[in-house]
Ligand binder design. Structure first.
Ligand code: PEP
Length: 255
């Protein structure tokens, strides 16, 4: 059976108002619901999650952008895994580079991923290098992130794990600045090899691997087909309902 592509919309702190969020959610849901080869996940900011609670369908799911790593803790301002699960959230982004830039370590990311899995949701665990040096030292960075951020995740949970490769230098730009499909392919192979070394070959094949970083309409098909990844994490273009719908349609055609 053909494996569905996973396309995740990361709205970050957008849009500014609830009426705009409702329109965006409705348009993305309409587009995603028509596609049988794509699983769409929409990750709105926390204030809108309750509004869209349980609105997910089998083809279009509700996701969160972050989470705390414990359920009942006295921590002002945080959101617990069980609260997200109760709202019908199925996927949770953990360790996005913008959160890592605020001080989130591999250890914290690992705790979040484990907590998300415990509540029956799927973590979308982000890794990525700041820059690509000619000597290939970024491979070491990726390896260390994989080792540290996956610590404590049971092998039996790897099927539920999603790893998003998001090179920081490619985020928030335009399609021509994105990582090239052949480099994405090479990185995907490196990530699977690293997982094989750390675990075993069967476990290494289990997680879906996504790419994120300036994916737009024009590079969607090439990244999915030549890049060899199982899906996309989309930032700024997920806020453009028309282009995001077109990207979902493209993804639906890639075998
Ligand atoms: C992101 O920040 O997760 C991302 C992929 O952003 P963009 O698509 O805007 O590069």
């Amino acid at each position: 059976m053909r494996k569905k592509k996973l396309v995740v919309a990361n709205w970050k702190m957008n849009p500014a108002t609830l009426p705009e969020a409702r329109v965006l959610f409705a348009r993305a849901t309409r587009a995603g619901s028509r596609l049988e080869n794509v699983q769409t996940v929409i990750c709105p900011p926390f204030p809108y999650l309750g509004v869209f609670a349980h609105r997910g369908t089998t083809r279009v799911r509700l996701g969160a952008q972050d989470v705390f790593w414990q359920n009942s803790a006295r921590v002002t301002g945080e959101v617990s895994p069980e609260q997200l699960a109760d709202l019908g959230v199925s996927h949770v982004i953990v360790g996005h580079s913008e959160r890592r830039a605020l001080g989130e370590s591999d250890e914290i990311v690992a705790k979040k991923a484990v907590a998300v899995l415990k509540e029956g949701m799927r973590p979308i665990l982000c890794i990525g290098e700041k820059e690509r040096d000619e000597d290939g030292r970024y491979f070491e960075t990726l390896k260390n992130q994989i080792k540290g951020s996956l610590a404590g995740i049971r092998r039996s949970d790897f099927r539920e794990l999603v790893i998003a490769y998001e090179p920081l230098w490619a985020i928030g730009k335009s399609a021509r600045d994105a990582c090239q499909p052949r480099d994405i392919r090479e990185t995907e192979i490196f990530m699977r090899k690293t997982l094989t070394d750390l675990y075993d070959s069967e476990t290494a094949q289990a997680p879906a691997i996504l790419y994120g970083g300036s994916v737009e309409g024009e590079n969607t098909a090439a990244i999915l087909s030549e890049g060899g990844v199982g899906g996309l994490l989309v930032g700024h273009k997920s806020l453009d309902a028309e282009e995001f719908s077109a990207m979902l349609k493209e993804a639906n055609t890639v075998a």
